[in-house]
Design a protein around this ligand. Sequence first.
Ligand code: DER
Length: 239
Amino acid sequence: DLVEEAKKKASYAAIDEHVDSSTSVIGIGSGSTVVYCVERLAQRVKDPNSALKIKACVPTSFQSKQLIIEAGLLLADLNAHPVIDVTFDGADEIDESLNLIKGGGGCHLQEKLVAAASKKLVIVADYRKESNALGVQWTKGIPVEVIPMAYVSIQKKIESLGGTSKLRMAAPAKAGPVVTDSGNLILDVFMGILRGDAVLETHLKLIQIPGVVETGLFMDIAGWAYLGLQDGNVKRMAN
Ligand code: DER
């Protein structure tokens, strides 16, 4: 189908244009699009003619670890490889300045930690993720990871800031709230459409609330984005 084909085209292009014989440590994101990155990486690693020497793949979630292991790639810990050559990850929304909303898959805390340790962050996505402002295409709120004991206090603080929020529930997979790989909860926060400076301003308002661990607002982190289009082409964005 068009969306899966777009994800695959974007991912294959990103891997082929950003992984070469000098690439040693790769960050692997989370979600459904990055699956195609791992697929392409595994193909190239297994190719006897490829000169790839991938030393380690650093995961951004339990799912990402599974992808690395199942692909036969070398699973590594961020503390063992605190400098990553390039990380490939998905996004829920991408604006024209490569600001992102991430966390739709509930993994944005570890994704941001790996991204921050990477020399390059390359985003892969299908055409549904492209937007002229954060909050326009992605209407499910800004994912915010919070410490469980304080989630109601944090919700009240968000209301005092003029926003609203919803605790992300796990049903039907599991009764009760989603619990992240780090043992925290997720609030999906509604603060309106974020244009220009509002992205950073909103992040700063949220991150200083006691008990907020990390927001899904990524600004000045992604250097490249590969967008698979409906016509089969790939749109390349670079900062
Ligand atoms: O949670 C995340 O940030 C993921 O990258 C995710 O939202 C992107 O997921 P997708 O590639 O399945 O759309």
